[in-house]
Ligand binder design. Structure first.
Ligand code: EPZ
Length: 430
Protein backbone atom coordinates (compact mmCIF):
# COMPACT_ATOMS: atom_id res chain seq x y z
CA UNK A 1 0.00 0.00 0.00
CA UNK A 2 1.37 3.44 -0.93
CA UNK A 3 2.46 5.88 1.75
CA UNK A 4 3.54 9.51 1.68
CA UNK A 5 6.78 10.61 3.34
CA UNK A 6 7.10 14.27 4.26
CA UNK A 7 10.26 15.88 5.51
CA UNK A 8 9.09 19.02 7.26
CA UNK A 9 10.63 22.46 7.54
CA UNK A 10 10.65 23.90 4.01
CA UNK A 11 8.70 27.01 3.08
CA UNK A 12 6.48 26.82 0.00
CA UNK A 13 7.17 29.14 -2.93
CA UNK A 14 5.82 29.04 -6.48
CA UNK A 15 2.49 28.25 -8.11
CA UNK A 16 -0.05 25.48 -7.66
CA UNK A 17 -2.75 24.87 -10.30
CA UNK A 18 -6.16 24.23 -8.73
CA UNK A 19 -8.07 21.33 -10.25
CA UNK A 20 -11.74 21.02 -11.12
CA UNK A 21 -13.87 20.35 -8.03
CA UNK A 22 -14.43 16.71 -7.14
CA UNK A 23 -17.72 17.50 -5.42
CA UNK A 24 -18.99 19.37 -8.46
CA UNK A 25 -17.72 16.85 -11.01
CA UNK A 26 -19.50 13.90 -9.36
CA UNK A 27 -23.09 15.25 -9.54
CA UNK A 28 -22.41 16.76 -12.97
CA UNK A 29 -21.33 13.36 -14.27
CA UNK A 30 -24.46 11.80 -12.77
CA UNK A 31 -26.58 14.41 -14.59
CA UNK A 32 -25.50 12.77 -17.87
CA UNK A 33 -28.06 10.04 -17.07
CA UNK A 34 -30.85 12.58 -17.64
CA UNK A 35 -30.38 12.87 -21.40
CA UNK A 36 -29.79 10.68 -24.44
CA UNK A 37 -27.55 13.42 -25.90
CA UNK A 38 -23.88 13.99 -25.12
CA UNK A 39 -22.94 15.96 -22.02
CA UNK A 40 -19.39 17.31 -22.32
CA UNK A 41 -17.65 18.22 -19.09
CA UNK A 42 -14.39 20.18 -19.14
CA UNK A 43 -11.89 20.43 -16.28
CA UNK A 44 -12.78 17.04 -14.79
CA UNK A 45 -10.14 16.13 -12.17
CA UNK A 46 -8.24 12.87 -12.38
CA UNK A 47 -9.21 11.25 -9.07
CA UNK A 48 -10.06 7.79 -7.77
CA UNK A 49 -13.66 8.89 -7.01
CA UNK A 50 -14.13 10.12 -10.57
CA UNK A 51 -12.77 6.86 -11.99
CA UNK A 52 -15.11 4.90 -9.71
CA UNK A 53 -18.11 6.93 -10.86
CA UNK A 54 -17.12 6.33 -14.49
CA UNK A 55 -17.42 2.59 -13.77
CA UNK A 56 -20.81 3.08 -12.11
CA UNK A 57 -22.17 5.18 -14.96
CA UNK A 58 -20.86 2.62 -17.46
CA UNK A 59 -22.96 0.02 -15.67
CA UNK A 60 -26.09 2.12 -16.37
CA UNK A 61 -25.20 2.50 -20.05
CA UNK A 62 -23.20 5.72 -20.21
CA UNK A 63 -20.60 5.72 -22.98
CA UNK A 64 -17.51 7.66 -21.89
CA UNK A 65 -14.92 9.33 -24.13
CA UNK A 66 -11.98 11.08 -22.44
CA UNK A 67 -10.36 13.87 -24.49
CA UNK A 68 -11.96 12.36 -27.57
CA UNK A 69 -10.73 8.85 -26.79
CA UNK A 70 -12.76 6.01 -25.40
CA UNK A 71 -9.88 4.51 -23.46
CA UNK A 72 -8.94 6.33 -20.31
CA UNK A 73 -5.17 6.75 -20.52
CA UNK A 74 -4.94 10.51 -20.31
CA UNK A 75 -3.68 11.74 -16.96
CA UNK A 76 -3.27 15.45 -17.61
CA UNK A 77 -4.53 17.83 -14.94
CA UNK A 78 -7.64 18.84 -16.78
CA UNK A 79 -9.67 16.42 -18.82
CA UNK A 80 -12.62 16.93 -21.08
CA UNK A 81 -14.99 13.99 -20.94
CA UNK A 82 -17.99 13.23 -23.14
CA UNK A 83 -20.80 11.29 -21.50
CA UNK A 84 -23.48 9.78 -23.71
CA UNK A 85 -26.32 7.71 -22.33
CA UNK A 86 -28.46 6.82 -25.37
CA UNK A 87 -30.44 4.34 -23.31
CA UNK A 88 -30.28 3.35 -19.68
CA UNK A 89 -29.42 -0.34 -19.82
CA UNK A 90 -29.68 -1.07 -16.10
CA UNK A 91 -31.61 0.79 -13.39
CA UNK A 92 -29.90 -1.10 -10.55
CA UNK A 93 -26.91 0.36 -8.73
CA UNK A 94 -25.43 -2.62 -6.89
CA UNK A 95 -23.98 -2.73 -3.39
CA UNK A 96 -20.46 -3.55 -4.66
CA UNK A 97 -20.34 -0.23 -6.50
CA UNK A 98 -22.36 2.07 -4.21
CA UNK A 99 -20.56 0.95 -1.03
CA UNK A 100 -17.25 2.19 -2.48
CA UNK A 101 -18.46 5.76 -2.90
CA UNK A 102 -21.48 7.32 -1.23
CA UNK A 103 -22.16 9.92 -3.93
CA UNK A 104 -23.02 7.10 -6.35
CA UNK A 105 -26.32 6.76 -4.44
CA UNK A 106 -27.29 10.02 -6.16
CA UNK A 107 -27.92 8.15 -9.44
CA UNK A 108 -31.31 7.39 -7.87
CA UNK A 109 -32.60 10.85 -8.92
CA UNK A 110 -31.88 10.72 -12.68
CA UNK A 111 -32.70 7.00 -13.00
CA UNK A 112 -36.09 7.56 -11.42
CA UNK A 113 -36.78 10.70 -13.45
CA UNK A 114 -35.86 9.16 -16.80
CA UNK A 115 -36.92 5.52 -16.38
CA UNK A 116 -39.64 5.81 -13.74
CA UNK A 117 -37.90 3.32 -11.48
CA UNK A 118 -34.60 2.43 -9.84
CA UNK A 119 -33.09 -0.05 -7.43
CA UNK A 120 -30.14 1.45 -5.60
CA UNK A 121 -28.14 -0.05 -2.76
CA UNK A 122 -28.21 1.90 0.51
CA UNK A 123 -24.72 3.35 0.95
CA UNK A 124 -24.16 2.47 4.63
CA UNK A 125 -22.24 4.54 7.17
CA UNK A 126 -18.73 5.88 6.72
CA UNK A 127 -15.79 7.05 8.80
CA UNK A 128 -17.10 10.58 9.39
CA UNK A 129 -20.61 9.64 10.52
CA UNK A 130 -23.76 7.61 9.90
CA UNK A 131 -24.75 9.79 6.93
CA UNK A 132 -28.34 8.63 6.41
CA UNK A 133 -30.32 9.19 3.18
CA UNK A 134 -33.73 9.79 4.78
CA UNK A 135 -34.05 13.36 3.44
CA UNK A 136 -33.30 12.21 -0.11
CA UNK A 137 -36.00 9.57 0.08
CA UNK A 138 -38.57 11.86 1.75
CA UNK A 139 -37.88 14.43 -0.95
CA UNK A 140 -38.43 11.90 -3.75
CA UNK A 141 -41.66 10.85 -2.03
CA UNK A 142 -42.77 14.48 -2.14
CA UNK A 143 -42.45 14.16 -5.94
CA UNK A 144 -44.83 11.18 -5.90
CA UNK A 145 -42.28 8.35 -5.76
CA UNK A 146 -43.15 5.12 -3.99
CA UNK A 147 -40.30 3.80 -1.92
CA UNK A 148 -39.66 0.38 -0.47
CA UNK A 149 -36.54 -0.80 1.31
CA UNK A 150 -35.69 -4.43 0.74
CA UNK A 151 -32.51 -6.40 1.34
CA UNK A 152 -30.35 -3.31 1.74
CA UNK A 153 -31.72 -1.78 -1.46
CA UNK A 154 -34.05 1.13 -2.07
CA UNK A 155 -36.68 0.27 -4.69
CA UNK A 156 -38.21 3.44 -5.98
CA UNK A 157 -40.98 3.87 -8.52
CA UNK A 158 -42.55 6.99 -10.07
CA UNK A 159 -46.31 7.27 -10.60
CA UNK A 160 -47.62 6.33 -14.07
CA UNK A 161 -46.85 9.31 -16.28
CA UNK A 162 -43.75 10.24 -14.26
CA UNK A 163 -42.77 12.24 -11.19
CA UNK A 164 -45.04 15.08 -10.14
CA UNK A 165 -43.70 18.45 -9.01
CA UNK A 166 -43.93 18.94 -5.24
CA UNK A 167 -42.62 20.90 -2.29
CA UNK A 168 -39.96 19.60 0.07
CA UNK A 169 -38.55 21.44 3.08
CA UNK A 170 -35.27 19.78 4.01
CA UNK A 171 -35.00 19.39 7.82
CA UNK A 172 -31.28 20.24 7.66
CA UNK A 173 -29.26 21.72 4.81
CA UNK A 174 -28.09 18.77 2.71
CA UNK A 175 -25.96 19.05 -0.41
CA UNK A 176 -26.76 15.55 -1.69
CA UNK A 177 -30.51 15.94 -1.15
CA UNK A 178 -30.48 19.22 -3.05
CA UNK A 179 -28.53 17.68 -5.96
CA UNK A 180 -30.83 14.65 -6.20
CA UNK A 181 -34.11 16.55 -5.96
CA UNK A 182 -32.95 19.17 -8.42
CA UNK A 183 -32.02 16.47 -10.95
CA UNK A 184 -35.21 14.45 -10.40
CA UNK A 185 -37.45 17.53 -10.63
CA UNK A 186 -36.06 18.66 -13.99
CA UNK A 187 -38.13 15.98 -15.74
CA UNK A 188 -41.17 16.00 -13.38
CA UNK A 189 -44.62 17.20 -14.38
CA UNK A 190 -45.12 20.65 -12.89
CA UNK A 191 -43.20 22.76 -10.42
CA UNK A 192 -40.99 21.61 -7.55
CA UNK A 193 -39.83 23.82 -4.70
CA UNK A 194 -36.91 22.78 -2.48
CA UNK A 195 -36.91 24.75 0.77
CA UNK A 196 -33.88 24.98 3.06
CA UNK A 197 -31.86 23.94 0.02
CA UNK A 198 -28.06 23.81 0.09
CA UNK A 199 -26.43 26.88 -1.49
CA UNK A 200 -22.93 25.45 -1.94
CA UNK A 201 -21.13 26.52 -5.16
CA UNK A 202 -21.35 22.90 -6.35
CA UNK A 203 -25.16 23.13 -6.24
CA UNK A 204 -25.01 26.31 -8.34
CA UNK A 205 -22.64 24.58 -10.77
CA UNK A 206 -25.04 21.66 -11.19
CA UNK A 207 -27.99 24.06 -11.67
CA UNK A 208 -26.02 25.97 -14.33
CA UNK A 209 -25.24 22.76 -16.19
CA UNK A 210 -28.82 21.49 -15.97
CA UNK A 211 -30.01 24.88 -17.24
CA UNK A 212 -27.62 24.60 -20.20
CA UNK A 213 -29.25 21.19 -20.83
CA UNK A 214 -32.66 22.85 -21.02
CA UNK A 215 -33.87 22.63 -17.41
CA UNK A 216 -35.82 25.50 -15.86
CA UNK A 217 -34.29 26.26 -12.46
CA UNK A 218 -34.32 29.44 -10.40
CA UNK A 219 -32.94 30.29 -6.97
CA UNK A 220 -29.83 28.06 -7.00
CA UNK A 221 -27.38 29.57 -4.52
CA UNK A 222 -30.23 30.61 -2.20
CA UNK A 223 -32.22 28.58 0.35
CA UNK A 224 -35.21 28.16 -2.02
CA UNK A 225 -34.81 26.49 -5.40
CA UNK A 226 -37.68 26.27 -7.87
CA UNK A 227 -37.67 23.82 -10.75
CA UNK A 228 -40.27 23.82 -13.54
CA UNK A 229 -40.27 20.37 -15.09
CA UNK A 230 -39.61 19.93 -18.83
CA UNK A 231 -40.30 16.91 -21.02
CA UNK A 232 -36.68 16.22 -21.99
CA UNK A 233 -33.16 17.54 -21.58
CA UNK A 234 -30.53 17.91 -24.28
CA UNK A 235 -26.75 17.68 -24.26
CA UNK A 236 -24.52 20.60 -23.24
CA UNK A 237 -20.93 21.63 -22.70
CA UNK A 238 -20.01 22.70 -19.18
CA UNK A 239 -16.79 23.51 -17.32
CA UNK A 240 -16.45 22.10 -13.80
CA UNK A 241 -15.81 24.90 -11.32
CA UNK A 242 -12.45 25.08 -9.44
CA UNK A 243 -12.14 23.00 -6.29
CA UNK A 244 -12.75 25.29 -3.29
CA UNK A 245 -11.68 22.63 -0.81
CA UNK A 246 -8.40 22.04 -2.64
CA UNK A 247 -7.95 25.85 -2.71
CA UNK A 248 -8.53 26.14 1.04
CA UNK A 249 -6.32 23.15 1.75
CA UNK A 250 -3.30 24.58 -0.07
CA UNK A 251 -3.96 28.01 1.44
CA UNK A 252 -3.71 26.38 4.87
CA UNK A 253 -0.63 24.41 3.89
CA UNK A 254 1.09 27.67 2.88
CA UNK A 255 -0.04 29.37 6.10
CA UNK A 256 1.38 26.40 8.01
CA UNK A 257 4.73 26.07 6.21
CA UNK A 258 5.21 29.79 5.48
CA UNK A 259 6.14 31.16 2.06
CA UNK A 260 4.49 32.75 -0.96
CA UNK A 261 2.41 30.74 -3.43
CA UNK A 262 -0.10 31.62 -6.12
CA UNK A 263 -3.03 29.21 -6.42
CA UNK A 264 -3.88 29.36 -10.11
CA UNK A 265 -7.34 29.29 -11.62
CA UNK A 266 -9.35 29.72 -8.44
CA UNK A 267 -11.49 32.37 -6.84
CA UNK A 268 -11.98 33.48 -3.23
CA UNK A 269 -15.76 33.88 -3.67
CA UNK A 270 -16.02 30.09 -3.86
CA UNK A 271 -14.91 29.83 -0.25
CA UNK A 272 -17.51 32.07 1.40
CA UNK A 273 -15.86 33.46 4.53
CA UNK A 274 -13.31 30.67 5.04
CA UNK A 275 -10.30 32.62 3.80
CA UNK A 276 -11.12 35.54 6.13
CA UNK A 277 -10.58 33.11 8.97
CA UNK A 278 -7.18 32.32 7.50
CA UNK A 279 -6.37 36.05 7.31
CA UNK A 280 -7.21 36.38 10.99
CA UNK A 281 -4.80 33.51 11.60
CA UNK A 282 -1.99 35.50 9.98
CA UNK A 283 -1.95 34.77 6.23
CA UNK A 284 -2.09 37.48 3.61
CA UNK A 285 -4.46 36.59 0.75
CA UNK A 286 -4.89 38.67 -2.38
CA UNK A 287 -6.64 38.12 -5.68
CA UNK A 288 -4.30 38.19 -8.69
CA UNK A 289 -4.95 37.93 -12.41
CA UNK A 290 -4.30 34.21 -12.36
CA UNK A 291 -5.87 33.26 -9.04
CA UNK A 292 -5.06 33.83 -5.37
CA UNK A 293 -1.74 34.73 -3.80
CA UNK A 294 -1.21 33.34 -0.30
CA UNK A 295 1.69 34.66 1.77
CA UNK A 296 2.92 34.12 5.30
CA UNK A 297 6.33 35.64 5.89
CA UNK A 298 7.88 35.93 9.31
CA UNK A 299 4.78 36.50 11.41
CA UNK A 300 3.41 33.55 13.35
CA UNK A 301 0.02 31.85 13.29
CA UNK A 302 -2.68 33.20 15.60
CA UNK A 303 -5.38 31.08 17.23
CA UNK A 304 -8.87 31.60 15.74
CA UNK A 305 -12.11 29.83 16.73
CA UNK A 306 -14.29 28.23 14.06
CA UNK A 307 -17.62 26.43 13.81
CA UNK A 308 -18.42 24.44 10.67
CA UNK A 309 -21.61 25.44 8.87
CA UNK A 310 -23.29 25.05 5.49
CA UNK A 311 -22.08 27.51 2.81
CA UNK A 312 -21.16 30.37 3.17
CA UNK A 313 -20.01 29.32 6.65
CA UNK A 314 -16.75 27.54 7.39
CA UNK A 315 -16.87 24.22 5.47
CA UNK A 316 -16.68 20.91 7.29
CA UNK A 317 -14.39 19.73 4.49
CA UNK A 318 -11.73 22.21 5.72
CA UNK A 319 -12.12 21.57 9.45
CA UNK A 320 -9.34 18.99 9.75
CA UNK A 321 -6.91 21.12 7.74
CA UNK A 322 -7.66 24.18 9.90
CA UNK A 323 -7.13 22.13 13.02
CA UNK A 324 -3.70 21.09 11.74
CA UNK A 325 -2.85 24.77 11.29
CA UNK A 326 -4.09 25.65 14.78
CA UNK A 327 -1.78 23.07 16.36
CA UNK A 328 1.08 25.55 15.73
CA UNK A 329 -0.84 28.74 16.57
CA UNK A 330 -0.02 30.99 19.47
CA UNK A 331 -2.95 30.66 21.82
CA UNK A 332 -5.89 28.31 22.18
CA UNK A 333 -8.52 27.79 19.51
CA UNK A 334 -11.88 26.12 19.69
CA UNK A 335 -13.10 24.10 16.70
CA UNK A 336 -16.74 22.99 16.62
CA UNK A 337 -18.04 20.49 14.07
CA UNK A 338 -21.77 20.75 13.41
CA UNK A 339 -22.19 18.83 10.13
CA UNK A 340 -20.85 15.30 10.80
CA UNK A 341 -20.84 13.68 14.23
CA UNK A 342 -17.61 11.74 13.88
CA UNK A 343 -15.31 14.05 12.00
CA UNK A 344 -12.53 14.26 14.56
CA UNK A 345 -10.55 11.16 13.71
CA UNK A 346 -7.51 13.24 12.85
CA UNK A 347 -7.24 14.40 16.47
CA UNK A 348 -5.45 11.26 17.69
CA UNK A 349 -3.15 11.27 14.68
CA UNK A 350 -2.24 14.96 15.09
CA UNK A 351 -1.50 14.16 18.74
CA UNK A 352 1.10 11.64 17.53
CA UNK A 353 2.95 14.61 16.02
CA UNK A 354 2.88 16.44 19.35
CA UNK A 355 -0.32 18.45 18.99
CA UNK A 356 -2.23 19.30 22.18
CA UNK A 357 -5.93 18.76 21.51
CA UNK A 358 -8.75 17.83 23.86
CA UNK A 359 -12.23 16.87 22.76
CA UNK A 360 -15.51 17.62 24.45
CA UNK A 361 -18.53 16.51 22.45
CA UNK A 362 -18.45 18.24 19.09
CA UNK A 363 -15.80 20.78 20.11
CA UNK A 364 -12.04 20.42 20.03
CA UNK A 365 -9.81 22.68 22.10
CA UNK A 366 -6.47 23.12 20.38
CA UNK A 367 -3.59 24.55 22.36
CA UNK A 368 -0.90 25.70 19.96
CA UNK A 369 2.58 24.25 20.48
CA UNK A 370 5.96 25.67 19.44
CA UNK A 371 6.89 22.62 17.45
CA UNK A 372 5.55 19.38 16.01
CA UNK A 373 7.73 16.33 15.56
CA UNK A 374 7.43 13.88 12.64
CA UNK A 375 5.96 10.41 13.28
CA UNK A 376 4.15 7.64 11.39
CA UNK A 377 0.42 8.47 11.17
CA UNK A 378 -2.65 6.86 9.68
CA UNK A 379 -5.03 8.51 7.22
CA UNK A 380 -8.67 7.84 8.14
CA UNK A 381 -10.67 9.79 5.55
CA UNK A 382 -9.97 12.16 2.72
CA UNK A 383 -9.79 15.51 4.51
CA UNK A 384 -8.29 14.05 7.69
CA UNK A 385 -5.49 12.60 5.57
CA UNK A 386 -4.53 15.90 4.06
CA UNK A 387 -4.55 17.54 7.49
CA UNK A 388 -1.74 15.13 8.41
CA UNK A 389 0.19 16.18 5.33
CA UNK A 390 -0.21 19.85 6.34
CA UNK A 391 1.01 19.09 9.85
CA UNK A 392 3.92 17.10 8.40
CA UNK A 393 5.04 20.12 6.35
CA UNK A 394 5.74 22.01 9.57
CA UNK A 395 6.91 19.09 11.71
CA UNK A 396 10.53 18.50 12.52
CA UNK A 397 11.91 15.44 10.72
CA UNK A 398 9.98 12.78 8.89
CA UNK A 399 6.23 12.14 8.87
CA UNK A 400 5.00 9.00 7.14
CA UNK A 401 1.29 9.08 6.23
CA UNK A 402 -0.12 5.57 5.81
CA UNK A 403 -3.29 4.53 3.95
CA UNK A 404 -3.11 7.35 1.45
CA UNK A 405 -5.67 5.81 -0.88
CA UNK A 406 -8.02 8.25 0.87
CA UNK A 407 -5.94 11.15 -0.49
CA UNK A 408 -6.09 9.82 -4.03
CA UNK A 409 -9.89 9.98 -3.86
CA UNK A 410 -9.88 13.76 -3.72
CA UNK A 411 -6.50 15.43 -4.26
CA UNK A 412 -5.11 15.40 -7.76
CA UNK A 413 -1.31 14.93 -7.83
CA UNK A 414 -0.87 16.23 -4.31
CA UNK A 415 2.80 15.35 -3.91
CA UNK A 416 3.68 16.82 -7.31
CA UNK A 417 1.88 20.09 -6.54
CA UNK A 418 3.63 20.46 -3.17
CA UNK A 419 7.04 19.36 -4.42
CA UNK A 420 7.09 21.95 -7.19
CA UNK A 421 6.78 24.60 -4.45
CA UNK A 422 9.77 23.29 -2.52
CA UNK A 423 8.19 20.82 -0.10
CA UNK A 424 9.88 17.46 0.42
CA UNK A 425 7.00 15.05 -0.16
CA UNK A 426 7.35 11.68 -1.82
CA UNK A 427 5.15 8.69 -2.47
CA UNK A 428 6.62 5.45 -1.22
CA UNK A 429 5.24 2.29 -2.81
CA UNK A 430 4.66 -0.98 -1.00
C1 EPZ B 1 -21.46 16.50 0.56
O1 EPZ B 1 -21.84 15.28 1.19
C2 EPZ B 1 -20.00 16.35 0.21
N1 EPZ B 1 -19.83 15.22 -0.69
C3 EPZ B 1 -19.17 16.16 1.47
O2 EPZ B 1 -17.82 16.12 1.11
C4 EPZ B 1 -19.40 17.37 2.39
O3 EPZ B 1 -18.70 17.16 3.59
C5 EPZ B 1 -20.89 17.52 2.68
O4 EPZ B 1 -21.64 17.61 1.43
C6 EPZ B 1 -21.22 18.75 3.51
O5 EPZ B 1 -20.77 19.89 2.86
C7 EPZ B 1 -19.96 15.39 -2.00
O6 EPZ B 1 -20.30 16.45 -2.49
C8 EPZ B 1 -19.67 14.22 -2.88
P1 EPZ B 1 -24.98 16.42 3.24
P2 EPZ B 1 -23.38 14.95 1.44
O7 EPZ B 1 -26.14 15.70 2.69
O8 EPZ B 1 -24.17 15.57 0.37
C9 EPZ B 1 -27.27 14.84 7.17
C10 EPZ B 1 -15.63 15.23 1.09
O9 EPZ B 1 -14.71 15.09 1.96
N2 EPZ B 1 -28.19 14.11 6.29
O10 EPZ B 1 -24.85 17.89 2.95
O11 EPZ B 1 -23.48 13.49 1.65
C11 EPZ B 1 -25.85 14.28 7.09
O12 EPZ B 1 -25.68 13.13 7.87
C12 EPZ B 1 -17.07 14.92 1.41
O13 EPZ B 1 -15.41 15.57 -0.07
C13 EPZ B 1 -29.24 13.40 6.84
O14 EPZ B 1 -29.40 13.35 8.08
O15 EPZ B 1 -23.63 15.70 2.81
C14 EPZ B 1 -25.05 15.47 7.57
O16 EPZ B 1 -25.09 15.53 8.96
C15 EPZ B 1 -17.25 14.30 2.75
N3 EPZ B 1 -30.10 12.74 6.00
C16 EPZ B 1 -25.81 16.67 7.00
O17 EPZ B 1 -27.14 16.17 6.72
C17 EPZ B 1 -29.96 12.79 4.66
O18 EPZ B 1 -30.77 12.17 3.95
C18 EPZ B 1 -25.25 17.26 5.72
O19 EPZ B 1 -24.93 16.21 4.82
C19 EPZ B 1 -28.89 13.52 4.09
C20 EPZ B 1 -28.01 14.19 4.94
Amino acid sequence: MDRIRITGGNELRGTIPISGAKNAALPLMIASLLTSDTLTLENVPHLADVEQLLRILGNHGVDVAVNGRRERQDESYSRTINFTCRTIVDTTAPYELVSKMRASFWVIGPLLAREGQARVSLPGGCAIGTRPVDFLLDGLQALGAEIEIDGGYVNVRAPKGGLIGGRYACPKVSVGTTHVLMMAATLANGTTVIENAASEPEVVDLANCLTAMGAKISGAGTRTITIDGVTSLSGARHRVLPDRIETGTYAMAIAMAGGDVTLQGTDEALLGGALDTLRQAGASITATESGLRIVRNGNGIQAVDITTEPFPGFPTDLQAQFMALMTRASGVSSITETIFENRFMHVQELARLGAKISLSGQTARVEGVAKLKGAPVMATDLRASVSLVIAGLAAEGETMVNRIYHLDRGFERLEEKLTRCGAIVERVSG
